[in-house]
Ligand binder design. Sequence first.
Ligand code: BV8
Ligand code: ZN
Length: 233
Amino acid sequence: MAECVAVLTGAGISAESGIPTFRGQSDAGALWRNYSPEQLATPEAFERDPRLVWEWYDWRRGCVARAEPNAGHRALAEFERRCAATGRRFTLITQNVDGLHDRAGSRQVVKLHGDLWILRCLSCGREERDERVPLDPLPPRCDCGGLQRPAVVWFGESLPAREWACASEVSATARMFLVIGTSGVVYPAAGLVEIARQSGARIAVVNPEPTPLDARADWLFRGAASEVLARLL
Ligand code: BV8
Ligand code: ZN
């Protein structure tokens, strides 16, 4: 079996691009108008106040539109190229919805929690990529007149079946599993680390702060993704 490298990234890898994390130390990141992500990223919140939830996503889309991929994103894209050149299978699994891995040149990206730039119509189900910032009007509407939502996975919603199946299979066959910039509190994504470990993968964790995943790490790199990944490369 060609050696298989898998990577799981979280909001921390985009922190150095200026994108606030969800549970970051800097409160500014975790809260927006005093709401926590767990209060806004839910079907109930959208049902109750679609405009408020869209104002949060429109703000985040603006942050991402002004951001650039950082050296951590670019190192993972280079890692993928080197694995391809040496016949190793490389898969990047991300919890992030910002699309910065794609902009950095990563090709094999499994988006577990969807994509900030894609809108889904609640009436006809059509999905379309819309990169306008700001969106006007808010909330946006489909050509069919239906209300559109961000095509992301909210709390209490199941992950897209194809992406979850791919991420689970890759994690169960990886020889090397890199966990970068995630607090490891959101499931089922965080459970991929245990799947990899149970299947005999060596686990490396990259994070400036301690996380519950550290206990499973064979290697623990206490530092920022951009510095550690550049060194690892
Ligand atoms: C599911 C997309 C069930 C949207 C996100 C009660 C009710 C309902 C569900 C639950 C419940 N209790 C538990 C659950 C399960 C729930 C869950 O896990 N909750 C947590 C909070 C306890 N999970 C779900 O609901 C999932 N669905 O379970 O469905 C089901 C099952 C079957 C059938 C039907 C239904 C769905 C979870 C997905 C939610 N969507 N995002 C959006 O983005 O708007 S989650 C959100 O958190 C983001 O995706 C984010 O990526 C993810 C995880 O956060 P992290 O990426 O880890 O980011 P965080 O800020 O936490 O940490 C950043 C880390 O980076 C830190 O450690 C920091 O130290 C580090 N860092 C900082 N700087 C750097 C750095 N690292 C490296 N370099 C740096 N420079
Ligand atoms: Zn529609």
